[in-house]
Design a protein around this ligand. Structure first.
Ligand code: PMP
Ligand code: GLN
Length: 398
């Protein structure tokens, strides 16, 4: 007997048009591939060693003593908001009111989503540096806005921003610049001169700026410079960071936004309907982590700088062209010297060929040709893991 009504799926696809182009994230795809094949996972960016034991103990203490086990306050627990404000003051001399200018989120991911959903109207243009972190494109699409990529291009062994190209990308419809420094996946750190030029452009064209600074403590040469500290920027910048990368607890998903009261209020309005709140006990532990002494932050940076060099040397020896990252814990390479052309095909075959998983940067580009032969490796792994991975990768050249 025929059904009385046609199944709902026959009318149109379930996933709406704004998101139809988005499938499974490359990180999930590649981590599943690593698990399935037992490969070394230098794909998804998570450390293989957890953060400080005393911070893990603070989280377990919070759970056991009932701190944050019930809904924490919407903007985040006061201890964490105070610690975020103190961190911005201590490292950058930036003053934020913990009660009205700091918002705790479910990782930087939610901060990015809530910010873009809050600040954009359908049809607004958003300029983002390409290759871009995958959630940017998805969140811009969710907001019904249009992304306008400005491509970072390899130059003298690293990726650089063409400021003229950036200026030329601004139109009367541009609402917002979405920046990420240190930059995932290229490891580019925008220089003070570039940041100054960007700030001048933002003021001149009256743009909002969202800065994703999750790798703020992983700058290997010089120091991280938050755009919000430049003239004219505090009132138009939403700064985003999170605990995942800095404290090596990527699963805790505690992030934060700092900005003016008006901008934080806008972001909070959206955030309260996404998760409302999250990670109650972890918020207390992250508050403690943000107060760790300078030696912790210096040690993290020194350790990862050493790992960068270890992996970089190994990748060069294996025949890759290596773009030296100035920050983050990723190295972008080019596979052309290995006689390879297509990063996605290369990454799909890599576990079979030598038991290593990496990320094809091509998925982070609108201009697929620009990133077709780029592959990203994460170096937030134990030294022996990096050594074993590069020794396996050396088989590719033979
Ligand atoms: N932005 C960038 C550039 C990232 O690499 C990541 C991954 N950590 C995120 C945002 C998301 O951070 P979180 O895990 O805190 O949501
Ligand atoms: N930020 C991590 C990376 O770039 C991935 C996080 C995620 O899986 N969403 O590898």
């Amino acid at each position: 007997m025929a059904p009385m009504t046609a199944p709902v799926s026959s009318n149109r696809p379930f996933l709406n048009r704004r998101l139809a182009a988005f499938g499974t994230t490359i990180f999930a795809e590649m981590s599943a591939l690593a698990a399935r094949t037992g490969s070394i996972n230098l794909g998804q960016g998570f450390p293989d060693t957890d953060g400080p034991a005393r911070i893990a103990e603070a989280a377990s203490r919070a759970v056991l003593t009932g701190l944050g086990n019930q809904y924490p306050p919407g903007p985040g627990v006061p201890e964490l908001r105070a610690a975020v404000a103190a961190h911005q003051q201590r490292f950058y001399g930036l003053g934020y009111d913990p009660d009205s200018e700091v918002l705790v989120t479910a990782g930087a991911t939610e901060a990015i989503a809530a910010t873009l959903l809050a600040l954009l109207e359908p049809g607004d243009e958003v300029i983002a540096l390409e290759p871009f972190y995958d959630s940017y494109a998805a969140c811009i699409a969710m907001a019904g806005a249009a992304r306008v990529p400005v491509t970072l291009r390899p130059h003298a062994g690293a990726f650089t921003l063409d400021l003229d190209e950036l200026r030329a990308a601004v139109t009367p419809r541009t609402r917002l610049l979405l920046l990420n420094t240190p930059h995932n996946p290229t490891g580019t750190v925008l220089t003070p001169a570039e940041l100054t030029a960007i700030a001048e452009l933002a003021v001149e064209r009256d743009l909002l700026v969202v800065t994703d600074e999750v790798y703020e403590h992983l700058v290997f040469e010089g120091a991280h410079v938050p755009l919000a500290g430049l003239p004219g920027m505090r009132e138009r910048t939403v700064s985003i960071s999170s605990a995942g990368k800095t404290f090596s607890f990527t699963g805790w998903k505690v992030g934060w936004v700092t900005s003016t009261q008006a901008l934080v209020t806008a972001v909070r309005t959206v955030k309260q309907f996404l998760t409302y709140v999250s990670a109650g006990p972890f918020q207390y532990a992250v508050a403690e982590a943000l107060r760790l002494p300078d030696a912790f932050f210096d040690g993290l940076r020194a350790d990862l700088r050493r790992k960068r060099d270890l992996l970089g040397d190994g990748l060069r020896a294996a025949g890759f062209e290596v773009y030296q990252p100035q920050g983050t814990y990723f190295i972008t390479t080019d596979i052309t010297p290995l006689g390879e052309k297509d990063a996605h095909a290369f990454c799909r075959a890599l576990p079979e060929r030598c038991g290593v998983v990496a990320i094809p940067n091509s998925v982070f580009y609108d201009d697929k040709d620009a990133g077709r032969s780029q592959v990203r490796f994460a170096f937030c792994k134990e030294d022996h893991v990096l050594a074993e991975a590069t020794s396996r990768l050396r088989r590719l050249a033979s």
